[in-house]
Design a protein around this ligand. Sequence first.
Ligand SMILES: Nc1ncnc2c1ncn2[C@@H]1O[C@H](COP(=O)(O)OP(=O)(O)OP(=O)(O)O)[C@@H](O)[C@H]1O
Length: 613
Amino acid sequence: MVWLRRPVITAPPPPAVPPASLFGFCYYFLAEHRTIFLWLFLCGLGVACADALVAVFIGKMVGFVGQADRWAAWHERWPVLLILLLVIGLVRPFVIWIDLRLRNAFLIPGVTSRMRWISYWRVTRQSWSFFQGDSPGRLAHWVMQTPGALREVAEATIRAVWYLSMYGLMSMVLLGSADWRLTLPVLAWFAGFALLLRAFVPRLRSRADENAERYSRLMAELVDAYGNILTVKLFGVAATVDGPVRKALLAHDDAQARHMEIVTGFMTRLTLLNTMLLLGTAAIGAFLWLHQAISAEAVAMALPLVWQVANTGGWVAWEVAGIYQNLGEIRQGMSVIAAPNDRTDDDAAPSLEAKRGRVAFDRISFGYANRPPVFQNFSLDIAPGEKLGIVGRSGAGKSTLVALLLRLVDIQSGTIRIDGQDIQTVSAESLRARIGVVTQDVSLFHRSIRDNLLCGKPDASDAELLDALDRAQASAFVAAIKDEDGHGGLDAIVGERGGKLSGGQRQRLMLVRALIKDVPIVILDEATSALDSEAEQAIGAELDTLLADKTVISIAHRLSALVRMDRILVIDEGRVIEQGTHSGLLSQNGLYARLWRQQTAMSHDDVTLSPIN
Ligand SMILES: Nc1ncnc2c1ncn2[C@@H]1O[C@H](COP(=O)(O)OP(=O)(O)OP(=O)(O)O)[C@@H](O)[C@H]1O
């Protein structure tokens, strides 16, 4: 429609955060589209008036055909009949067409997608710890479901509640103009309908909440089962995932049955109320006609008028139940979309200016919520260009140290400086842009190899990528790769989370991704754990050259990956218990030396399970 603009779906979201109250949350998302809603309200009013005129037309026709002098009646009444016909035949379809266009071109695809974009945008910008506490499936579900439910609430309110109110008002005016006593059954119906809603809506609401909550638990179980499908297959434990899914499915079925039971009770009472409306109107109409208080025309108008009220009531009640179900879903979705953001990062903060790569942890303390502290007054100085290895038992705090440096979690006291700049005072994005990371979680996007590598350097040319692949000894397998659509090399799609590649191949791509990022600091967190020893040796030598001028922090359980490091720290329970070069640590004859002896004593060096685990 030329006079109305479609929402710009991916425009930046409103700067304010979504409010925590239900009304505020709905308003936050819908207010942007107030013009569309205003037109929908006007169309609803138009359709309600035109529908009421259908009953007037029926009444007029009955009055007209009941006249003894037919031609005199025709001459007297044709202009009114013609006007009514024009309204019903032309204006009504036109208003319905506008209403349909608004819904189907602006509301369902446009407004819903816009709300989904805002939800996605907000959730994606949550802190790292937010994502650790939730499953990707659940988050994706609420990002999709909440805006859909919100749109349905708005749509049902206009289409059903607003329509019934306007139609009811028109009916009262028309019936009252014939005889005020004809309005009594309609008034009684509205009163009964309001009482029914009052009695049933709170119950519908709590049942709908319960239903939505159990539905999301069922979804979480399904996602958990499919997310861990390899474990299920390897251990042949289909029955162990059947159990939780069965339990969640039965719980949801139970909640749904109880919800529907309330709906049945409500609809049964409403049917009785509707019957009484029709019979009451017919009885009062006949009584008034017998006492010559109203014409046959008025009776003929009154009956279809109230019948439409009754029919609409059932549909409105269904829509109201839907509204409450959707409000239940919105309330659930709000816990994800309107969750307070505990990111301490300010996008407007200055950027990190790191050139040399000096890293200094100065008396930092940190502990996860409700857990004992991981670090207390921990200090560590890493010189520019230093190659630092970190070793320690599982749970010693190695990954947490890296997370703190990347500000995935925030220190509780102390300071971390890079080239003298306190990392808490710079934008987290600029901080992460200056650090290359290869982790043990070798996850890749379900996109082409090129797109995955470009995460490291969005403007890298193909030649640069191929050169980096070569250096990470990955060019041969990338050249040989072909996906299902026949795309090969850099264009090949790697499958969800890189599932179509071997662990070692994925890890090499992660290395390339970090290598093409021109940064002063590189973190290798078990970066070569999925490689065989031969590949690790070969890449290790290549890495020495590539990382020569960079500060490197390398965490590894397999100590052979750390022998060339300038310094190796052995940490335990958040404290440095030994440090030195590989040979220095061996001569200290402490924990490191013991671990080294244990690892080298193993007959084959391809064992990735560390004895310190
Ligand atoms: N997200 C989290 N929430 C709560 N506690 C956590 C979280 N992540 C780690 N921890 C706890 O913090 C401590 C340090 O964990 P961290 O992952 O840093 O150890 P790590 O040395 O890297 O272990 P690994 O070698 O097994 O990777 C452990 O006790 C761990 O249980």
